[in-house]
Design a protein around this ligand. Structure first.
Ligand SMILES: Nc1ncnc2c1ncn2[C@@H]1O[C@H](COP(=O)(O)OP(=O)(O)OP(=O)(O)O)[C@@H](O)[C@H]1O
Ligand SMILES: [Mg+2]
Length: 310
């Protein structure tokens, strides 16, 4: 958990994943993964397509039984699907299924009625996910992103203590994505545990207290985004307008590792940013300057490789 955030004590569940292995016939989707998620933590599962994120998440949610190992939510087995534990869990699946021919608000109402949720809560939720104007639209008539937002509202309808979200922002436009970040941050700041998967490293860096990076069913790294980035010890990237300095002159500067030209201008990589920036300043070659250090995306690519895979 990041320091300085206000947390409500006594809410949010503890999740234990202990030597979890999941096989689908000959395919080992998850292999001997162990980690814990603390109460009130915002936890991210990251990994390329097919890494085993959904399988891990669905096992924690109690939708799949482990082939080997165990998972527990507050010490209890989620696969037993005991109603009082279910009540505390909110789930948004990667591929959402809705009841046919219901409107958005009826859809929410159907989920909410299982838990005796008051109608006032439905309006509040639709507002939170930006669907107020679509309350009476049929689910079939919603856009991809709107459906996704409705499925998130359904996961939150009974005010659960832990929310599992599988790529919640995958189909959202940038504005809706940031609005959802605020919603999720708000839920987490009220003490609830949030576990999400995402392919957006910026999102994980922004939201998550800790992230687990998985690939080929294995846990590669687990730590705070800041620690992972620091450990990578990535080069600093200095961006400049192409007019700022010639490529040859940039390459000849002390401390410069590489120089590349892209559509946005020149990019200099260095592990001695102070020297390079000093030299550029002396030459008055700072037009279009931008400076960036490693990001979680660099960590992800370093661990999982850059190439697309089947
Ligand atoms: N029901 C299934 N039957 C057989 N194999 C499966 C099944 N579900 C998943 N797999 C396989 O298990 C592996 C992990 O899949 P999983 O859906 O957990 O990955 P993921 O990390 O969620 O990927 P994505 O980012 O694409 O959602 C993949 O190789 C996938 O093909
Ligand atoms: Mg998945």
């Amino acid at each position: 958990m990041s320091a300085g955030r206000t947390r409500f004590v006594g809410m949010g569940v503890r999740i234990e994943v202990d030597h979890l292995t999941m096989r689908y016939g000959a395919v080992t989707a998850v292999e001997d993964i162990s980690f814990t998620v603390e109460p009130g933590e915002f936890f991210g599962l990251l990994g390329p397509n097919g890494a085993g994120k959904t399988t891990t998440l669905e096992t924690i949610e109690g939708l799949r039984e482990p082939t080997e190992g165990r998972v527990a939510i507050d010490g209890r087995d989620p696969a037993r699907r005991e109603p009082d534990l279910q009540r505390r869990i909110g789930v948004q699946l990667q591929s959402s299924a809705f009841f046919e021919r219901l409107t958005a608000v009826e859809q929410l109402q159907t989920f909410g009625s299982i838990y005796g949720v008051p109608t006032s809560r439905l309006d509040e939720l639709l507002e939170q996910v930006g669907l107020t104007e679509k309350a009476t639209a049929q689910v079939e008539d919603l856009s991809g992103g709107q459906k996704q937002r409705l499925s998130i509202a359904c996961a939150l309808v009974h005010d659960p203590e832990v929310v599992f979200l599988d790529e919640p922002t995958a189909a959202l436009d940038p504005q809706a994505r940031r609005n959802l970040w605020d919603v999720l941050r708000g839920i987490n700041e009220s003490g609830r545990t949030v576990v999400l998967t995402t392919h957006y490293m910026e999102e994980a860096e922004e939201l998550c207290d800790r992230v687990a990076i998985v690939d080929h069913g294995q846990l590669l790294q687990l730590d705070t985004p800041a620690t992972l980035i620091r450990r990578l010890d990535a080069a600093t990237r200095i961006g400049l307008a192409v007019e700022a300095i010639s490529i040859d002159e940039a390459r000849a500067l002390p401390g410069v590792q590489t120089v590349a030209v892209g559509s946005a201008g020149l990019v200099i990589e260095t592990r001695d940013a102070a020297t390079v920036l000093g030299e550029l300043g002396r030459r008055e070659a700072l037009e279009g300057l931008s400076v960036s250090k490693g990001t979680l995306e660099d960590v992800f690519l370093d661990l999982t490789g850059r190439e697309y895979r089947a």
